[in-house]
Design a binder for this molecule. Structure first.
Ligand code: TEU
Ligand code: CA
Length: 541
């Protein structure tokens, strides 16, 4: 049984700093831009902000290639800005979660600069070097995972870009270094950590094992013991894997991380039998329901769940789970479906105002290292996909969809900065999808998200949403996503029509309507015909 934690009732909002708000008008988002929007976030119902890496980095992978873990990247601002951010968060009873990238560093990190100098360099075994690659492997970003370095004529391993050499976690000095980086930030008052690709720390490279190796969990336990375990903070791991992996990381018994991100629902559209996200397949919302319910059933008594539909690596939720022809209806069904389940709600910047995928005209308009690496591999070098096929996949699954500048207003550059050309194209639909206009529109997606989080925190129902039991409902109707949340105070029923066509459900009792995305429509005892994406929350007891 879980003991109560300070963060159990908190809502976490992910910020990709390069894209959130450009305060000094240089075309890149920054920390001062984040500070300028804390009241907007507080008003939305956000408690904790997770900012993706803002440490010193050459930005090959927009900060996930770290050059120094205790220095702030000057393109985002200064350490004084971070200290001011921490102070401003504290004033608002909000908290900061940072993003620790432990699997790899930048190739500009001093460790790697030293390591590649000679085979007997003291930093040589901070990384993974081999005379010849023990096997061929394509990296996540489309090139070979083994790169020959001419200085010592040996190959080094990288799961991602060649500018992101993987660290050797068999070396205890790596563990000690990360323990000190983590303490550096926790001593400053950081209250949360997201661990990037935490499953890759358990490599057995020569056995062609890249994640989830036999030493993984002892390493995570040791890192916790030596660093974050000494602090009352919240931790979440990015762990691409299966249900059991989530339990292994986050079960109360194993006591490693508080929760993990699993991607079975968001990667459903990636056809693994072909080329994953670059060969997308159609969504099946009944399967999505079954996946999410599977995690609710399996984790709810032994671990803590994450509740998310977007992040900085995925496309927009309305494109994936909704329907642009029913933009507002499906844009309000999605938060009703996901955020009343049991677990911690994670919201990604722009999701709350219904930002959607961007249609680029040419591959050159994309910036993402994963897009360009995969284009070179699948189109240019190996002619596996046509340029058109790849561009269509980018529209549906490319990471840059979620990295276009946040749309603050129907003004020049979407109110994101004053005038400087943004680092990535702004979606032209900012004229009607933007925070300022939606704030004024009572029926907007933004104001619906505010109602969702206000209901979840309403003192009459909060304990039920945070700790109440989960139970599926109306499973026989494959068009609805429905479940109850119950404790001794309330029995709450959530019902979502997952499709654009009507469907019927029978309500055995009237219930009090707490939230409804068709406000003018009545819900009554007996048979109810649900309109496209109609969703509601009612109190049955
Ligand atoms: O992502 C890990 C990862 O596997 C995803 O990027 C995956 O390759 C795909 O893009 C999912 O659609 C983490 C970070 O979230 C990502 O931004 C980094 O690029 C990556 O690790 C390397 O640090
Ligand atoms: Ca800036």
């Amino acid at each position: 049984m879980q003991e109560k934690k300070w963060w159990h009732d908190k809502v976490i909002y992910e910020i990709y700093p390069k894209s959130f708000k450009d305060d000094n008008n240089d075309g890149i988002g920054d920390i001062k831009g984040i500070i300028s929007k804390l009241d907007y976030l507080k008003d939305l119902g956000v408690d904790i902000i997770w900012i993706t890496p803002f440490f010193l980095s050459p930005m090959v992978d927009n900060g996930y290639d770290v050059e120094d873990y205790t220095k702030v990247n000057p393109i985002f601002g200064t350490m004084d800005d971070v200290d001011l951010l921490l102070d401003e968060l504290k004033k608002r009873e909000m908290y900061l979660m940072i993003d620790i990238v432990a699997n790899h560093t930048s190739d500009k990190h001093p460790w790697f600069i030293e390591s590649r100098k000679s085979k007997d360099n003291p930093y040589r075994d901070f990384y993974i070097w081999r005379e010849t690659p023990p096997y061929e492997r394509t990296s996540c970003f489309g090139d070979s995972a083994w790169t020959l370095d001419p200085l010592t004529n040996e190959y080094y391993y990288h799961e991602f870009a060649k500018e992101q050499p993987d660290l050797n976690w068999e070396n205890p000095k790596v563990m000690d270094a990360f323990s000190s980086f983590i303490e550096f930030w926790l001593k400053k008052g950081v209250k949360g950590i997201r661990f990037d690709v935490i499953h890759f720390l358990g490599k057995e490279i020569d056995k062609d094992i890249h994640g989830y190796g036999p030493t993984l969990h002892e390493k995570v336990k040791e890192l916790k013991h030596k660093s974050f375990g000494k602090y009352d903070i919240v931790t979440v791991g990015e762990a691409w894997g299966e249900l059991q992996n989530a339990i292994d990381f986050s079960s109360y018994e194993n006591d490693e991380l508080d929760m993990v991100f699993q991607f079975e629902h968001t990667s459903y559209t990636n056809d693994r039998d072909k080329h994953g996200k670059w060969t997308p397949r159609p969504i099946n919302m009944k399967d999505i329901r079954d996946i999410l319910f599977k995690y609710q059933r399996a984790l709810n008594d032994v671990a803590w769940n994450t509740l998310f539909v977007e992040n900085h690596d995925l496309g927009r939720a309305i494109n994936r789970f909704g329907d642009l022809n029913y933009y507002r209806e499906s844009g309000t069904m999605i938060p009703t479906m996901i955020y009343f389940l049991k677990g911690t709600p994670y919201l990604y910047q722009g999701q709350e105002i219904g930002m959607i995928n961007i249609r680029m005209n040419d591959i050159s308009e994309y910036e993402d290292v994963e897009i360009h690496g995969s284009f070179k591999n699948l189109v240019l070098d190996n002619h596996i996909l046509t340029r058109h096929q790849f561009m269509e996949a980018c529209y549906q699954e490319g990471r840059d969809n979620n990295r276009t500048p946040f749309q603050w207003a129907n003004k020049r550059n979407a109110g994101w900065n004053r005038s400087h050309k943004p680092w990535l194209k702004i979606n032209e639909n900012y004229h009607y999808i933007n925070a300022e206009d939606e704030t004024k529109d009572p029926s907007s997606i933004l104001n619906y998200y505010k109602k969702v989080f206000a209901l979840r925190k309403d003192e009459r129902y909060a304990s039920t949403f945070v700790y109440g039991s989960f139970k599926e409902a109306y499973l026989e109707n494959e068009n609805v996503f429905s479940f109850t949340r119950e404790d001794d105070k309330n029995l709450l029923l959530i019902v979502c029509n997952m499709h654009s066509y009507p469907t019927n459900i029978y309500l055995s009792s009237q219930g009090e309507v707490l939230l409804h995305n068709y406000e003018e429509k009545e819900i009554h005892e007996g048979n109810n015909t649900l309109l496209p994406y109609e969703s509601f929350v009612i109190k049955l007891r």
